[in-house]
Ligand binder design. Sequence first.
Ligand code: C6P
Length: 410
Amino acid sequence: MGTEILSFDVEKIREQFPVLNQRVNGYPLVYFDNAATSQKPRAVIDAISEYYQTINSNVHRGVHHLSQLATDAYEKAREKVQLHINARHTHEIIFTKGTTDSINLVASGFRDLIKEGDEIIISALEHHSNIVPWQMLCEKIRAKLKVIPFNDMGELIQEEYDKLLSEKTRLVAFNHISNALGTINPAKEMIAKAHAAGAAVLIDGAQAIPHMAVDVQDLNADFYAFSSHKMFGPTGVGILYGKEKWLEKLPPYQGGGEMIKTVSFKKTTYAGLPHKFEAGTPNIEAGIVLGVAVDFLQEIGLENIAAYEQELLEYGTQRLMEFDFMRIIGQAENKASVISFLMGDLHPYDVGSIVDKLGIALRTGHHCAQPIMDGFNIPGTLRASFSFYNTKGETDRMIEALKKAKMMLS
Ligand code: C6P
């Protein structure tokens, strides 16, 4: 591991992210809001422009040259994603608008697969995207939504999960990594338990995919959802991985062009996978360029990224603990590079606004995870979320800015 980190040249990496090389309010930008969205490397930015300058055309529709090129590039990107997460088949990769859309696709399809009295389990650590679609589904079908609680460290209580699982459980949905706390959930073990109870499992991988190697076959996940924009790719495109057998069982999500085999007023028949779930003209350039982001991540290596980000996490935690009345919310043993914190009784929004004036981008608030905040009995936190292009020097700058904020607000 040591040699891998030595070969990780953060300054060289930073050169590839033009947005980082700017001043905000007169100070060099420190971007610590990577859990909200990641910055884009030059390869990604250039590929978007290149697409429009060379092959812009609709996909899967034309016999003409440009359409063939665009279709090939789009399908190549699908294959890159397949290999990246080690899916068994290319047609198990569905292009969506993002994580939220991917989860809604599955929740909407499960309307046909569950009945009144069935149960769905989610966790109390979820982003609203992995709560509300299941609530809507359960309300509609009169199914029951059960919630795995977390402990003071922000870890899911496995004994409680065991108790919730039963022969009534049809689906379990939880995140691989919590966006608000950074907790890495023991996904493989939790999936095995759900399968033993006969339930399918959807993993919200939005926060895991930029930070760790994900192998959907090893996890044995039935569905795995993520967004391109959090993994250095363009906004507006995401992925739903689904095991072939589950995608075959789900009905189409939307109706329209591309998702059909034949249409007549008597009867419409649907296309096979993956097109059955891809109605209408997709976000072509974003899909293609997601493939470029995958190449970029693979070049750096997710093992290198994970090891370097752990160093940032440890350093950031240690430096924040220098403050009196510092409260780090979420101290799971297995944690990704996210630190949620509170400084005494200072309001996160006030602190966040002051450090922004000093060029430091943090997120403040409930992070679209209100039940987590309720669990800790707090309205929100400040959140620093690191990526592999961040540095310890930037953390030092954040600490100095927080000291100033504290002085001004105390
Ligand atoms: N979390 C954050 O600042 P979309 O918006 O569909 O790309 O991703 C939604 C989503 C789903 N699950 C998790 C675990 C997430 O973290 C997010 C997005 C951002 O934490 C924006 S709220």
